[in-house]
Design a protein around this ligand. Structure first.
Ligand SMILES: Cc1ncc(COP(=O)(O)O)c(C=O)c1O
Length: 337
């Protein structure tokens, strides 16, 4: 039997040769109570159903596969990345199964659950100060770059500036959403960190139907929305905030500002309360930034009509935040409860 036929036969039995074959093809589920309140159908794209529990599996797989094909990654290589945790998990998972070493730089904002998961997969972790200026030598970006320069046979994935990031979503997530909604999607709503998920998927959807609207979600404390509004990188926008993954203090190459039709910001508290509400009302334990995306729908309500078909990105799984937003003590300490 030919290899492709063999793989298809195994897939039809839900049987796989390795974990990377499980990446992608995540489900779309209607949010019942949210659809009712917003006044149109709201579907959740459940990226937490990837084997690494987040959308980042797609970009890690695409960047690593491409680098292997180009000969940039060879046997015994060390994979290096600066990450808020999810990309790191995906890289560590693929490094484990393909026999590479994995070094990750994170900030001290990382949840304990994310840190412990990275460790469990065998990654070497360097914790850097979250408030470090992006260009300072001890920022998590510069630390990753330095390690990549110092370590022989290493490969820096560079999710912020490698446009393979959005290409991964263009080729997979966007296409899946188009097929899952049978081309009926009118609005894609999602947060921007590197920008890859929203802009890559959005670009595909706009190519299929230029009327599809791409609505971004940013955090208070990030520079992205102001840059979209004015074209100015304003360092005064940078402030501490608690939501992980969305927002940036740099302008990544994967945020395609021209493809974003609207932008809004969400407060830490509103996002946290919405994330908890979704667990209780929809039975979905989603991550903190996903709660921000759903919370943002209420900012966008006056731009939505009853026949619209909205897809909201659920970037990762809530198990990564049990010690934070799902912990009453953590919530009370911040006046969120
Ligand atoms: C939890 C979470 N939400 C949202 C995002 C933003 O996704 P993207 O980087 O594709 O813009 C990230 C990225 O790090 C993330 O980890």
């Amino acid at each position: 039997m030919k290899i492709a036929k063999k793989l298809a036969a195994a897939k039809s039995k839900n049987r796989y040769e390795s974990i990377d074959e499980l990446i992608g093809n995540t489900p779309l589920v209607k949010l019942q109570s949210i659809s009712e309140e917003i006044g149109c159908d709201v579907w959740a794209k459940l990226e937490m159903y990837n084997p690494g529990l987040s959308a980042k599996d797609r970009i890690a797989l695409h960047i690593i596969n491409t680098a292997e094909e180009n000969g940039e990654i060879t046997a015994g290589a060390t994979l290096i990345e600066a990450t808020s945790g999810n990309t790191g998990y995906s890289i560590a998972m693929l490094a484990a199964v393909r026999g590479y070493k994995c070094i990750l730089t994170v900030t001290d904002k990382i949840s304990k659950e994310k840190y412990d998961m990275l460790k469990a997969l065998g990654a070497e972790i360097h914790v850097c100060p979250k408030d470090a200026d992006p260009e300072s030598p001890n920022s998590y970006y510069e630390t990753a770059k330095r390690l990549a320069n110092e370590i022989p046979n290493s490969f820096y994935l560079n999710q912020n500036y490698s446009t393979l990031n959005m290409e991964a979503h263009f080729k997979s997530t966007g296409k899946e959403i188009w097929n899952q909604t049978e081309g009926k999607i009118t609005h894609l709503v999602g947060s921007t960190g590197t920008g890859g998920t929203l802009c890559g998927s959005g670009m595909y959807l706009k190519q299929k139907n230029p009327k599809v609207q791409v609505f971004g979600v940013d955090s208070y404390g990030s520079v992205l929305m102001k840059y979209w509004e004015t074209g100015v990188y304003d360092k005064n926008e940078i402030k501490p905030y608690t939501i992980e993954g969305l927002g940036k203090n740099i302008i990544p190459a994967n945020v395609l500002f021209e493809h974003i039709d609207n932008y809004t910001k969400v407060h830490d508290k509103d996002a946290a309360l919405m994330t908890r509400r979704i667990a209780k009302e929809e039975g979905l334990l989603i991550g903190y930034s996903s709660g921000a995306n759903i919370s943002a729908l209420y900012n966008y309500q006056d731009k939505l009509n009853k026949d619209d078909v909205v897809v909201v990105i659920i970037s990762d799984h809530g198990s990564r935040y049990l010690g934070k937003i799902f912990n009453d003590q953590w919530m009370k300490e911040r006046d969120f409860l």
